[in-house]
Design a protein around this ligand. Sequence first.
Ligand SMILES: Cc1cc2nc3c(=O)[nH]c(=O)nc-3n(C[C@H](O)[C@H](O)[C@H](O)COP(=O)(O)O)c2cc1C
Length: 368
Amino acid sequence: MRIGPLTVKTPLFLSPLAGYTNLPFRLVIREVGGVGLCTTDLVNARSLLEKRAKAFKLIETNAADTPLAVQLFGSVPEEMRDAAIVLASRGVAAVDINMGCPVRKVVHVGGGSAMMTTLRKTAALVAGMVNAVKIPITAKMRLGWDADNLTAPDLARALEEVGVAAIFVHGRTREQGFRGTVNLAGIRQVVAAVKTIPVIGNGDVVTPQAAKKMLDETGCAGVSIGRGAFYNPWIFQQTQHFLTTGNLLPEASFAERIRVMCRHLDLMVAVFGEELGCRMFRKVAPWYARRFGPAGEFNKQVVTVSSRAQFHTILANYFQWRRQFLDATGELLPRFQSAPLQASFMCTPAEAAPQGAIPVPRGPVEVW
Ligand SMILES: Cc1cc2nc3c(=O)[nH]c(=O)nc-3n(C[C@H](O)[C@H](O)[C@H](O)COP(=O)(O)O)c2cc1C
């Protein structure tokens, strides 16, 4: 599919997850396969212009990390424009604008969801960015501030008029946070509001079937996956296969999960150094462990990890401990297998997705 002048190989996108979608994770996702475009964590436009080390670490990339979009936030038109120019000059494939961030700090400075209440001002800011660079500018938003203010269709239309190349829309309102069901009809309204640009649906896609349902029921051109990718880095590959063949690939085996988790740690160490990389990995490893079956012992120890050698000792201990849950062939006994996740919009009203059905990871931004 195309995002303005950019062609992406699959209609599947990695959503920005502040604190998580760093270079190591993006490389893991790309190595597993199936993703069309990855986006960085959100980056403060002003910090980038002020050449702050933290902002530059967030946009750190390498030759294997393409195509890459950087997500910017900010509310000063000149800063957003100049930050887009900096990113374009560094070879970034696209710039995404954060319009759906429900974090008080971002809303307070006029960025994030507050943008949706001031359409004209926002369109002017975006026009300044679009006119300053050749790479596509995209926008990521929620459906609106609350159920009475579903502004996304109007905003999407206004942004298309000033040249935005694609819209990403999380099918919840700011007021909803991560509660309740993703509103597919709401996403469909955004699709209907634009003339030609692709709308990419987002929210709770945790299985290939959920991706297909979102595509089918909203008419969106692609889906963007956040937490589902953290939970299951194979989701892009599995979804791409399902969309093209109609068949489901088998779940990743335990051995494959361990292989990819270790690769993830190696990349964390390469990018952040051994001490920081291991410390950061303390919150990553439990996501892999969610599909290991019983993993209490692993999770308890991994929060202390501070070197690669220690991690491998923890892993060896865990393999020993986990043997009690295996059958004679080394497979996890069925009663210990983890239940699959289900997207809120795949549940019947009776089983209506309880709050937090898909875990919301804790990160530097606590209230996503
Ligand atoms: C820990 C965390 C961090 C997030 N950081 C960002 C961010 O930096 N920018 C953004 O636009 N959305 C951010 N989001 C929202 C996600 O991109 C996505 O829209 C949301 O999680 C719904 O998709 P999902 O159900 O596939 O996770 C974040 C979400 C979480 C849980």
